[in-house]
Design a protein around this ligand. Structure first.
Ligand code: PRX
Length: 653
């Protein structure tokens, strides 16, 4: 793993929380100390108290943590509750007329839902799902643009105990098909299309193609008319959203489920070619969705929160569809690209909707930073009081720009480390209590026993040494299993340290102050513009092409995207050159877009007659990474089966 620990940052700037911020923060330094002390003294008691404070229980739980089937841990297992009830019904008395969601589409159309209206819309759609035969435990795939109906569909599933699996609208028909089949979903909820980058994303067409290619479990497709560009509907299978809700009541008694009832599946990439369905629970998941929105985002009643993530990712689950609603916040949802009509769109949205807490990815910050300060400077961003980042390490330069230009040196920045698997923030500063350092996600949250250990599981105390990022105690919002593959769950996350620690898959370093610095993945997972992709996934897509004999994919550092995808390909026929090679590159890039989605298109494809392998036949990825970066190959390559291949891969032969 040492090969994956590349740049070790040494950043000494320290930003103390502003006094004005501290005096109003939900969590001040004393409260934080108290929470940490309680979690250290009585771990289960700490979580039980939080769960009693934050969740409205239909039937209270008596047992906090059941370790008997470890690593399949169970939290609050004998309690009954409903997530949608906890997000909507609980606010009706006090915040019924408060704005829950204010939406702006890419074309500029807007729409607002109060909590009462959202509650009615969710209940009505929940009744529509029931009318179509969807029951507790059924899987429903949601493949939608970033519009309020996506949240309504998710909340409606939660309301009736159906398990949703949101598939990001940027994934292709093939990727959609695989996810539908793995989950054995009965229904797909989609839209005719969505607006993105000035174009229409043809979602319904992709659904049609996925079903055509074989999704035997799908009985029904519900289609929301967003773009109204006229899509063919298949009689007996497809139903418009409007027809589905027609005549349905806007009252729907929530289905009371037990705490461990699966709330959703979310497919993510790992180190094999097949994405895994990460399964989350109801109560444990909701608990830290609530806590982190309060602790890390410090959300208050007068805030306008904007998380720019799509609901197709975990960030859009916890910090759009569930957490902000559960704490009764007002949030902005935006459908489109950050640069339509120009690079000022995000800042214009933030200014016009009075956004006070803003959460985005470093890749977006870097891309917008490149466009210059004039865009943000043209808008009044004085309502902003807190900024956040997620998804990848943020380089200090981008951090400082965010701090200076967007936050006017006034707003704390919360760099939040977490994963699809962890459900919510794990390592992040509490803005009124923890000083920040550019590029560090700082310290674990109360109740999160994260650490950095060596191969033997021993804590690393040397601040210059990296190691494995682990979590030493189960926590409420952890994944429960990999859908349909408990063995993969055990092996991937609990295998390395004999079931003692959760292995995150990241390497990290802890500095002398105990601050965490994430260094990157230890497995073959790429992080491209904040999107998680498996190298094997891209390789399988490439070799599925009839002309490709073999492929190896690696990441290369990229200024804006964090990582770029480089593919080395061996074709079945002759190695193409000149215009033939160029044409082949285009064909293969389009092919990958069809197989996975445009986000997985290799940035660069190089053809060769072989791949560097050890004599035992293992592809030397480290070497491929060096070649991709353009480094001079100094290490001894004489153990390679075919040394001349190196020159071809470097483009020198
Ligand atoms: O490598 C870490 C990186 O993103 C991975 C998780 O990806 P995903 O499941 O798609 O979830 C992304 C949104 C939570 C992690 O294993 N990562 C996430 N947040 C950070 C990060 N790397 C550095 N700093 C972060 N704040």
């Amino acid at each position: 793993m040492s090969e994956n620990i590349e740049s070790v940052l040494h950043e000494n700037r320290l930003f103390q929380p502003d006094e004005a911020f501290v005096s109003q923060a939900r969590i001040n330094p004393e409260r934080l100390k108290e929470l940490h002390r309680q979690a250290a003294d009585d771990y289960e008691g700490f979580w039980a108290e939080r769960a009693r404070e934050e969740i409205l229980w239909h039937k209270p739980f008596t047992e906090t943590l059941d370790r008997s089937k470890a690593p399949h841990f169970r939290w609050f297992a004998d309690g009954h509750m409903n997530v949608s009830y906890n997000c909507l019904d609980r606010h009706l008395a006090e915040r019924g007329d408060k704005t829950a969601i204010v939406f702006e589409g890419e074309p500029g159309d807007t729409q607002t839902y109060t909590y009462r209206e959202l509650h009615a819309a969710v209940s009505q759609f929940a009744n529509a799902l029931k009318a179509q035969g969807i029951r507790r435990g059924d899987r429903v795939v949601i493949y939608m643009p970033m519009i309020p109906e996506a949240v309504i569909a998710m909340q409606a599933c939660a309301r009736i105990g159906a398990i949703h699996s949101v598939v990001f609208g940027g994934f292709s028909a093939e990727a959609l098909k695989d996810r539908v089949n793995d989950a054995e979903a009965r229904m797909i909820i989609t839209a005719d299309g969505g607006h993105r980058g000035g174009k229409i994303v043809p979602l319904k067409a992709a659904v049609d193609k996925a079903i055509e290619h074989g999704t035997p479990s799908i009985e029904r497709v519900i289609v929301f008319e967003r773009t109204q560009h006229g899509v063919p509907m298949i009689e007996g299978r497809d139903l418009s959203w409007a027809d589905a809700i027609a005549g349905q009541s806007s009252d729907c008694e929530p289905e009371w489920v037990d705490s461990e009832h699966p709330l959703f599946l979310l497919y993510t990439s790992g180190s094999t070619g097949k994405p895994k369905g990460i399964q989350h629970s109801s109560a444990g998941y909701l608990l830290t969705a609530i806590l982190t929105n309060k602790w890390v985002f410090d959300l208050r009643d007068d805030d306008v929160f904007w998380c720019t993530a799509d609901v197709g990712w975990i960030t859009g689950h916890t910090y759009v569809a569930y957490g902000p609603l559960a704490v009764g916040a007002t949030q902005l949802m935006y459908e489109g690209a950050p640069t339509v009509p120009d690079g000022g769109r995000f800042w214009k949205l933030a200014a016009e909707h009075n956004v006070s807490v803003f959460y985005t990815a470093p890749t977006a910050i870097r891309a917008l930073m490149k466009l210059g300060d004039a865009f943000p400077n043209a808008y009044d961003l004085s309502r902003l009081r807190l900024l956040g980042t997620v998804g990848e390490p943020i380089n200090p330069e981008a951090w400082m720009w965010y701090h200076r230009v967007i936050g006017a040196e006034r707003c704390p920045i919360v760099d939040t480390w977490w994963q699809t698997e962890t459900g919510s923030h794990m390592i992040a500063p509490l803005p009124g209590a923890v000083a920040t350092k550019p590029g560090s996600c700082t310290l674990p949250l109360p109740g999160i026993m994260a650490d950095v250990v060596d191969e033997d599981g021993k804590p690393i105390t040397d601040p210059d040494r990296g190691g494995y990022l682990v979590v030493k105690q189960p926590w409420p919002s952890m994944l429960r299993t990999v859908w349909g593959d408990a063995e993969r769950y055990r092996k991937t996350y609990w295998g390395m340290f004999d079931g003692r620690y959760y292995l995150a898959g990241d390497s990290a370093r802890k500095d002398a102050d105990g601050y965490f610095w994430i260094m990157g993945r230890i497995d073959d997972v790429l992080n491209v513009a904040g999107h998680r992709l498996g190298t094997m996934e891209v390789e399988s897509a490439l070799v599925a092409h009839e002309l490709v004999a073999e492929a190896a994919v690696v990441g290369r550092p990229h200024e804006v995207k964090g990582e770029a995808i480089v593919a080395y390909v061996i074709l079945r026929g002759e190695r193409p050159t000149g215009a033939d090679a160029e044409a082949m590159v285009n064909t293969l890039r389009e092919w990958v877009a069809e197989e996975i989605g445009p986000i997985a298109k290799p940035d660069e494809i190089r053809f060769s007659e072989g791949l560097p392998k050890t004599r035992s036949g293992k592809i030397m990825r480290r070497l491929l990474r060096s070649i991709a970066k353009g480094e001079t190959i100094t290490s001894d390559t004489s153990t390679l089966e075919n040394e001349s291949v190196i020159l071809q891969l470097q483009g020198k032969a």
